[in-house]
Design a binder for this molecule. Structure first.
Ligand code: AMP
Length: 587
């Protein structure tokens, strides 16, 4: 682990990508294949390969406590070091004592991590972590803690580790990337690369793959400026979901690659009826079903038209995210919940179908494959699944019971002018959706990438003017500055917290605010400083939810700081009534 740590120090010390990959490649080559495999996982900033879905379950706060105890330091010393260095790993490296006989191999660290993951309860976990950190040198501990907190911060993206693997074992970055994408395991990828067997990487069904992401656009003109032929879909406000279907078995994964099948018991039976194995990409949305289902076939080559719009409307419509929210995170979903808050799976892409990987095919081809997959007659499952409307809708239960679970092919429109796009945007908003997704028909599916092949266009909700009540130190390039703000609105003459945000201001503004907050701290809690409630910010957000997390009873989804409102006094900030109004408007 010492060699791993010194390599990381060298990687952090240069900004040159070629040098970074050179250092990693040289390090990997100097190790046994087993060590290199574990190291590659660590270098991607994780204790375990993605596909394993194993987690340590040790929170930042308990790690903080362990480091303080082993270092024999007061909270104040730890806070001072944290303020200077900006992450807990660096603090551990700085403060943990050196003893003779310390030092662990990467394989030993891996074994410790697995013990921590396997231990049940906080105190057994703490004991193992204490032993791990006291047996490692301070420099090793620095990187062990960084891996445990999930962020190395040495300027090494996973794509650079992939390049380094290619360099180390004489293959191309594309081959390595492909294997890592299919396996979700950079360690296994090292093993294959070292043995010259990268072509043997096979996709593992029932292990989540990365999701393709979208970049925001500000205008209809910009939305059509990056490629020549655009497929346009509504942007649904639900949760992204990847469904794996094979031999009647179904598992559904969220964007964080967690399995969420149990939260949506109505979907597996409907998906199990697909005519062959598949991996689908789509959005699970709280759905209001139409009284009667009309046939609706909306395909990729159909231009924007009133007829197309009408067909889209016949499918039913999305309900607000706050409705879906009540379905999330539940292990058991009651009959009542299924009846009152039904969902639909709006499918917009296919990554694998009938034994064939679809990633490298164009969206045009994938869309056709998806149309025919969903239009094909369903397999007879033991459920009452039957196909309606040329397969666009697959229902699992009878309509009277109102527990229908639909797999819906997300309608696709075409737009060739900003005016057409605007028309689609207005219609999407009228259907209660967030805005539009604009996709390049010629583009491949790039898992985990945010590029210009998928664009998103949405309008902000109203903004809130809020008062900053507490601040925290930032991470990465925001080390040592107070850049994470908790903020509140007025409830009578009391301020109640409503959210937390950490982006939007310029570096100069943040530096200035840091100085101000340091001078106006009411209470220093180490991690967090309660500050005088004087600073007013304007914040934007995607939508508002009911939440117990903050005192206001609301939380903001994806809050962003728009600007400092130096022109406003704290008394002029918004009230809880205004927040309530915005919340109700969005419904
Ligand atoms: P954002 O979360 O604002 O970055 O927007 C991207 C997200 O929009 C995706 O991750 C999906 O969860 C969601 N989304 C909704 N509708 C679509 C669609 N038709 N195509 C792709 N993503 C969609």
């Amino acid at each position: 682990m010492e060699r791993f740590a010194t390599t990381c120090e060298a990687i952090a010390a240069t900004t040159k990508k070629l040098l970074k990959t050179g250092l990693v490649a040289e390090y990997l080559r100097s190790r046994t294949v087993d060590e290199a495999a574990v190291s590659a996982v660590f270098l991607s900033g994780r204790p375990f390969p993605v596909w394993e879905e194993t987690t340590l379950q040790v929170g930042g706060r308990s790690l903080w406590g362990i480091v303080a105890e082993l270092a024999g330091k007061e909270q104040g010393d730890l806070t001072a070091s944290y303020r200077r260095l900006g992450d807990l790993g660096a603090v551990a490296g700085d403060l943990l004592p050196q003893h003779p006989g310390q030092g662990l191999g990467v394989l030993e660290v891996d074994a410790f991590f697995r013990q921590v993951a396997g231990a049940r309860g906080a105190s057994p976990k703490t004991e193992i972590v204490c032993e791990l950190l006291s047996r490692s040198t301070p420099l090793e501990a620095k990187y062990i803690v960084k891996i445990m907190t999930g962020d190395l911060r040495i300027g090494l993206k996973e794509s650079l580790v992939e390049e380094a693997i290619a360099k180390a074992y004489g293959s191309t970055p594309a081959e390595v990337q492909r294997s890592n994408m299919l396996l979700g395991d950079i360690g296994k990828t090292v093993r294959l690369a070292a043995g010259g067997r990268l072509s043997e990487a096979r996709m593992r069904l029932f292990h989540p793959l990365g999701f393709m992401l979208a970049s925001p656009v500000e205008s209809t003109e910009e939305g059509l400026s990056y490629f020549s032929e655009a497929a346009v879909e509504d942007k649904y406000d639900g949760i992204r979901a990847q469904a794996h279907v094979a031999d009647g078995e179904v598992r559904i994964f969220s964007r964080t690659r967690d399995e969420i099948t149990e939260s949506f018991p109505e979907l597996p039976p409907a998906l199990a009826g697909l005519p062959h194995d598949a991996i689908l990409d789509g959005e699970i949305v709280a759905w209001e079903y139409p009284a009667r289902l009309e046939a609706a076939q909306v395909v990729v080559d159909e231009p924007a038209s009133e007829e197309g719009e009408a067909k889209a409307d016949n499918l039913g419509r999305a309900r607000p995210f706050s409705v879906l929210q009540q379905r999330l995170g539940r292990k058991k979903v009651s009959e009542k919940m299924l009846r009152e808050n039904p969902v639909a799976y709006l499918v917009f892409d296919v990554l694998y179908a009938d034994g064939e990987l679809m990633f490298e095919r164009s969206l045009r081809e994938r869309a056709r494959a998806l149309d025919s997959l969903l239009a094909a007659p369903r397999k007879d499952t033991h459920h009452r699944g039957h196909s309606v409307a040329q397969g666009n809708l697959a229902f699992d239960a009878d309509e009277e019971a109102q527990t229908d679970a639909a797999i819906i092919r997300a309608p696709v429109f075409r737009a060739t002018s900003p005016e057409e796009l605007e028309q689609l945007f207005v219609a999407a908003r009228a259907r209660g959706n967030e805005g539009l997704m604009i996709k390049d028909l010629e583009s491949a599916y790039s898992p985990g990438k945010r590029g210009k092949s998928w664009l998103k266009m949405k309008r902000e909700l109203a903004t809130l003017d809020v008062v900053v009540t507490a601040v925290e130190y930032g991470h990465g390039k925001r080390i040592g500055v107070l850049s994470d703000y908790t903020f509140a609105v007025w409830d009578g003459d009391r301020l109640v917290n409503i959210g937390k945000a950490y982006s939007g201001l310029t570096d100069a503004e943040i530096a200035e605010m840091t100085k101000w907050f340091l001078e106006h701290t009411i209470e220093d809690q180490g991690f967090l400083r309660v500050v005088e409630p004087k600073v007013v910010l304007e914040v934007a957000f995607n939508n508002m939810m009911r939440s117990e997390r903050h005192e206001s009873g609301y939380a903001l989804r994806f809050p962003r700081i728009v600007r400092l409102r130096t022109d406003k006094s704290p008394e002029e900030a918004d009230t809880i009534e205004r927040a309530k109004e915005i919340y109700e408007q969005q419904d």
